[in-house]
Structure formats: C-alpha cells, structure tokens
Design a protein around this ligand. Structure first.
Ligand code: MN
Length: 205
C-alpha cells in the first residue's frame, strides 16, 4: 500500500480546466521524483480572495484553499478547505486565469520552499502519507515567509475522499512562531517576481 498510494490523482484537476483557454499547466503526476519535497502558497484573487496552500506528496501537490491565508501566530487557527490535487508544475504558475474559466482571476506565488515531516522517523514520506490519511499532518516549512513547524488537522471530512474536507492550519510553537503577527498583511508581493496583484493582472514583468 505504501508503494501504491491511491490518494493522489490529477483527474479532477484536469476535468475542471480547459488548457487551450487557461495558461495553467496540464501537468502530470511525477512519481519517483527525488530530492526535497516542495511547498508553495499562491495568493489567488478569484471570486473570493484566498490563499492556496500546496504540499508535494506522491507526485502531486496536495492542496487546500485558505480564505484568510496562513499565520505565524500559534493562537490563530486558519480554516483550510481541501481541494483537488494539483500538478507539481503548478508551483511555478503565476499569472491570470481568463474570465469564464475555472478559478478565473490572478494568481501570485506568495511563498515557496521545501518542507519536511516534523517527526520523520526513518521513512519521512510514509510518515507524511499516514498523517494525511489520519487527518493530522505535522511538518516544518522552509520557505521565505513561512518557516518552522505547522500542523494541518482535519475537522470534517468531505463527501468523498479528500474533496472539500475541512482542516485547520495551525502554527506550532517554536522559534519561528510570531505571536500577534499578520504575515499575510506584511507581504503583498510575489516572492518570485516581486510584483503585486495589480502588476500581475496587467501583465507587467
Ligand atoms: Mn485557488
């Protein structure tokens, strides 16, 4: 079972999108990829502003939409709604999804980096997989704006596996915790291009 995880699939991602009309990558599952696991946080001005939080696992980016965005304050619990797996290639996507297409609006790469299991043991991926399946996923982010230990805790399951399950994203207490801070308000530019949402929308480079 650990060799053939069945939680990772890009079917729903592809069904929702027309890649002739959207600049988003069609992507594919990248099994057996070596090296550190990636994470990305994308600020997405769709019909409602939210932050998409994505963790690489088993060849896809497990994804959550966080309406208020992440926080470095351990007292803050942020609702994170699980959405469809995205391709790893999505990590470099920044731009505008055209009107009429799924998720229409501007996407900014707000943070990115690598992540590790908090309590890795000798098989970190198995630990993460188990955490995801059991609904308590603890990990350390090594990003530019988000660093240190976090937990994602599932509070309500969706109608089917993964879909629309509700989780909470919580900063765990460590040296990277910043009580009282509002990291989402502190940074309103792309960590990659330095552009703000307006510049990305208007296609400035
Ligand atoms: Mn989104």
């Amino acid at each position: 079972m650990t060799d053939r995880p069945d939680h990772a699939s890009l079917g729903e991602y592809r069904r929702k999108r027309d890649f002739h009309k959207s600049p988003e990558p069609a992507g594919k599952k990248q099994r057996g990829r070596r090296g550190a696991l990636r994470f990305v946080v994308q600020k997405h001005q769709a019909s409602h502003l939210h932050f998409d939080f994505r963790l690489e696992l088993d060849g896809v980016m497990k994804s959550w939409a966080i309406p208020k965005g992440p926080s470095l304050d351990p007292a803050v619990k942020r609702l994170a709604i699980e959405v469809e797996d995205h391709p790893i290639g999505y990590n470099t996507f920044e731009g505008t999804i055209p009107e009429g297409e799924y998720g229409a609006g501007t996407v900014m790469i707000w943070d990115r980096g690598t992540y590790t299991a908090l309590d890795a043991g000798d098989d970190p991926v198995a630990v993460l997989r188990r955490g995801y399946e059991s609904g308590t996923l603890e990990f350390t982010l090594h990003g530019e704006r988000l660093r240190g230990a976090f937990a994602l805790v599932r509070t309500r399951r969706g109608p089917r596996r993964g879909a629309r399950s509700q989780w909470l994203l919580i900063k765990l207490r460590d040296d990277d915790a910043r009580p009282g801070s509002d990291v989402v308000a502190e940074h309103d530019t792309s960590v990659v291009s330095g552009r703000d949402m307006e510049a990305i929308t208007s296609g400035e480079s």
